[in-house]
Write a protein that binds this ligand. Structure first.
Ligand code: CUA
Length: 352
């Protein structure tokens, strides 16, 4: 009878082990060969990447073990014609097996969690000479604030950091949940309204890296990006000095540099986001469709209308768009001069 022949089937443990071992080795090799992360630019990145490698070392064999046994069982114990009624009574309970399959994962998890906790504890350790940077997330822009002893804090939409100087970020949100993430630093944390979250980073590689919002926060979430520039300490001090006295640093004459509306539109002013990140404008060569196409929305409008559109964006919403998306604080973050330059520029080029 076929029942007897099936009972005699030996489970080929050796073959399964060989298949599982080869598959694990290939899986681990592939897992380690793939570049999962961008260039590392902080002292925190090394231990985090190593932790990730260890997780690959341990999780690939578990995955391969489970899939090997499942695939083997599907092939070996599949129901052949005429075997429909050969299943024995269902089995209930096997204490030894249950103890084993609970104990092994528990041990693996405790070991991995302890290791991850040690890594987190190490990279979050307070450092001497930490620089404080306040990070504010709002729909849909980041603002970075550098407190100055005995002066107004410096505000910027680009994150400037000196190389090798420990930084502590204090992260806030003004409207909804955002998440402050610099992939090159490997660190991220939620920006939560009504709460201040923090993390530490020591940038250790010069360069320009993206800042990303990693929490779905509305229509403009995908454009809620900024740039981190890790510069030499000397360049950083120079940048801080320029921010303190922008007119003298940029113009030289001390009479206030010429404010260029087009540059403001495409690059922002350090405290306000570039309009071109969200709006189409032929003259500036921008094509984003997050906000209204300004060549259409502003064509033939007067200066007062254009200005109101910048400082009070929710007073009148263009058809097909919704309110509450454009930041409402441009009246504060743009100087009177900058606002005038922007309004003049838009009046000259929109729809032309
Ligand atoms: Cu802010 Cu997504």
């Amino acid at each position: 009878m076929s029942e007897d022949s099936r009972r005699d089937d030996k489970i080929p443990v050796v073959q399964m082990l060989v298949v599982g071992f080869i598959a694990s080795a290939l899986g681990i090799a592939a897992g380690l060969a793939i570049e999962w992360f961008p260039t590392a630019a902080s002292t925190q990145a090394g231990p985090i990447d190593h932790l990730y490698d260890v997780l690959i070392w341990t999780s690939v064999p578990v995955f391969v073990l489970v899939t090997t046994v499942v695939m083997f069982s599907v092939i070996k114990f599949r129901m052949r014609p005429g075997e429909e009624n050969l299943d024995g009574p269902p089995i209930h309970g096997n204490t030894r097996l249950e103890v084993i399959w609970t104990a092994i994962p528990a041990v693996v998890l405790v070991v991995l969690c302890s290791y991850a906790w040690i890594v987190l504890n190490d990279i979050e350790e307070a450092k001497a000479n930490e620089m404080r940077v306040n990070v504010t997330g709002q729909q849909f822009a980041w603002t970075f604030e550098y407190p100055q002893s005995g002066g107004k804090p410096i505000k910027s939409t680009q994150l400037y950091l000196p190389k090798d100087r420990p930084v502590r970020f204090f992260v806030k949100a003004v409207d909804v949940l955002h998440d402050f993430w610099v992939p090159a630093f490997r660190m991220k944390i939620d920006a939560v309204p009504g709460l201040e979250t923090k993390y530490r980073v020591t940038p250790n590689r010069l360069g320009t890296y993206p800042v990303v919002c990693a929490e779905l926060c509305g229509l403009g979430h995908s454009v809620m990006r900024a740039t981190t520039r890790v510069v030499t300490p000397a360049d950083f001090d120079k940048w801080i000095a320029e921010q303190k006295a922008p007119a003298e640093a940029a113009g030289g004459s001390g009479a206030g540099a010429e404010v260029d509306g087009k540059t403001l539109f495409t690059d922002g002013n350090g405290a306000a986001t570039a309009c071109g990140a969200c709006h189409t404008l032929a003259d500036a060569g921008t094509t984003s469709e997050t906000g209204p196409d300004l060549d259409k929305a502003l064509a033939g409008k007067d200066a007062a209308y254009v200005e109101a559109g910048i400082t009070a964006p929710d007073e009148e919403i263009a058809p097909g768009f919704q309110g509450g998306i454009m930041p409402k604080n441009y009246g504060d973050t743009l100087s009177a001069e900058e606002l005038k330059a922007l309004v003049t520029y838009l009046g000259e080029v929109a729809g032309k």
